[in-house]
Design a binder for this molecule. Structure first.
Ligand code: BYC
Ligand code: FE
Ligand code: FE
Length: 489
């Protein structure tokens, strides 16, 4: 498996001489520059108090985006995280770009915020921006139990890039939304993941990420929502948003790589130990746990949890918010520019949506505009399922009869069409009692979590890995196995 690459390679000329690295001519916009320079120390305060706990002085082998060469936009070097060159990076402007969908389709893309869509646009940018620091907060304590320096470095790479994604949204708010944009940019630094009084906006971003398997599942499943949402926003008729998201997508690929390869390594280690011990039945959980590796039923429950919680991030399947955003040309569909079988306005189209109606789950043709979220959700499920299939190849020839499955889309939902009903992972409606009776088979239990936490012993020796996870097949930046990815001072 190699790192996912996106086809959109940005051309950037980054000005690293400025206090804030940027490719948006920041020094020519004094008002914005002042606003960003005021926000910067507040961001650093937030980073130091809510970012990775305990590693702020460590030298971390990180990549930073530089230069204009499309193939070589990243340089790797040792950096102390608070000194990371966060900045404002947009993908290159496409001359003559037009709005690709909705009722303004074909009109020149907006370079300024269209007044009538101001509040809608601001809301979407705020929601996107809110997830970025939230994930850093959720992952704050993971460094203390890292399975290796390689993994520690990947965690921190993801964290600094989510920090940069926050910068990206703070830039849009401060440049294009005046005083209330500046207030929203501050509020992004003031909400806290999981806080009862000032929680992050979306559900999944208030959950805990207490162990490394959760981290890998999160980056595989939840960062993939980031990919889908950013791809949709990258189509926006509001050009600065489109260009910002396009650049963010180049960073997102690495996050999903960390998740996919992380879970793969967990599976490989479990299979290796099971084979050595002569265990072929995945349901011999106690025997497998005695080997000090993650048992496969627990892995499946983790998949069920992270998948279903992430599906909630798509909002209601049938949504007028989403219809309005599409019609306005603000938020498109997944890779709208590659959809060839409709007119990108959808006034007369329908889309099949699974709904809960008259006591049953059934597919209903809905007006396509109202089904924008449902379609993105389906696209997400396709994308995530392909990744799960790659995991399942690991079981072939292992002698262990097991396959990971993603649960039905109605399973364990809190938002949208299925939030009121109880559905099993196969998609059958069940009673509340039946659901509760099976809950511990389907979703991680406290005992599962306790077991996972018992495995989380830090390994910080160069080239060494915790016993529950296989080493990666390749180093980062082609570094050898014993490379010191993080120098703990
Ligand atoms: N939790 O019509 P509805 C990422 C609210 S991940 C709480 O159902 P809509 C990342 C909704 O706000 C990508 N509330 O949904 C990953 C609305 O409230 P108001 C993040 C929710 O608006 C890993 C009401 O319910 N980016 O980048 O069509 C690490 C009815 O709304 C939830 C985005 O999401 C929920 N789950 O769609 C780091 C893109 N769902 O306004 C980063 C921007 C819905 O009536 N956001 N509600 O008070 C959007 O496009 C949309 O806001 C949503 C919701 C897709 C989230
Ligand atoms: Fe992000
Ligand atoms: Fe991400």
């Amino acid at each position: 498996m190699s790192e996912e690459t996106t086809e959109m390679t940005p051309t950037i000329e980054v000005n690293y001489a400025d206090k804030i690295p940027n490719n948006v001519n920041l020094s020519e916009d004094r008002r914005l520059q002042r606003a960003m320079e005021k926000w910067q120390p507040e961001f650093i305060d937030w980073w130091k108090s809510m970012g990775p706990d305990g590693f702020q002085d460590a030298d971390v082998y990180l990549r930073t985006a530089v230069g204009a060469d499309p193939k070589g936009w990243a340089v790797f070097d040792y950096v102390k995280m608070p000194e990371y060159r966060w900045g404002i990076l947009l993908a290159a402007k496409e001359e003559g770009r037009v709005i690709p969908f909705g009722k303004h389709k074909g009109e020149p893309a907006w370079q300024e915020v269209p007044g009538e869509y101001r509040s809608m646009l601001k809301r979407l940018i705020v929601i996107q921006g809110d997830t970025e620091p939230a994930s850093v907060e959720q992952q704050r304590y993971l460094g203390k139990t890292c399975p290796s320096l390689y993994d520690l470095r990947n965690l921190f790479q993801v964290n600094v890039e989510e920090g940069r994604h926050l910068w990206a949204m703070a830039y849009l708010l401060q440049k294009y939304f005046g005083k209330d944009g500046r207030e929203e940019a501050e509020a992004l630094l003031n909400r806290r993941s999981g806080d009862a009084d000032k929680p992050r906006i979306l559900g999944a971003f208030n959950e805990k990420t207490p162990d490394w398997l959760s981290f890998f599942m999160f980056t595989f499943f939840t960062d993939r929502d980031g990919k889908m949402q950013l791809e949709s926003l990258a189509q926006s008729g509001f050009d600065p948003l489109a260009r910002t998201c396009r650049f963010m997508l180049t960073e997102e690929a690495h996050h999903m790589f960390v998740g996919e390869s992380g879970v793969s390594r967990v599976i490989r280690k479990t299979l290796e130990r099971m084979q050595e011990a002569g265990i072929s039945d995945p349901n011999e959980v106690e025997a497998v746990r005695a080997l000090g590796v993650v048992d496969l039923p627990t892995l499946q429950r983790k998949v069920n949890f992270h998948f279903s919680v992430t599906l909630d991030l798509f909002g209601a399947e049938v949504s007028t918010n989403a219809a309005n955003a599409f019609n306005a040309g603000i938020k498109g569909r997944y890779r709208e520019d590659r959809i060839e079988d409709d007119d990108h306005q959808l006034l007369n189209d329908t889309y099949p949506v699974l709904r809960y109606l008259d006591g049953e789950l059934k597919v209903v043709e809905e007006p396509a505009l109202n089904a924008i979220n449902a379609r993105l959700l389906d696209d997400y499920i396709t994308d995530a399922t392909a990744g799960v299939k790659r995991w399942n190849r690991l079981f072939e020839d292992s002698g262990v009869d097991f396959q990971i499955t993603v649960p039905h889309k109605a399973f364990n939902r809190r938002v949208g069409e299925f939030c009121e009903v109880h559905v099993d992972p196969q998609g059958n409606l069940v009673s509340a009692e039946a659901w509760l009776a099976k809950r511990d088979e389907w979703l991680p239990t406290q005992a599962d979590e306790d077991y996972l936490l018992s495995l989380m012993k830090p390994v910080t020796e160069k080239g060494k890995y915790a016993d529950w996870i296989a080493p990666p097949k390749q180093g980062i930046d082609k570094k050898p196995g014993d490379f010191e990815y993080v120098a703990l001072n």
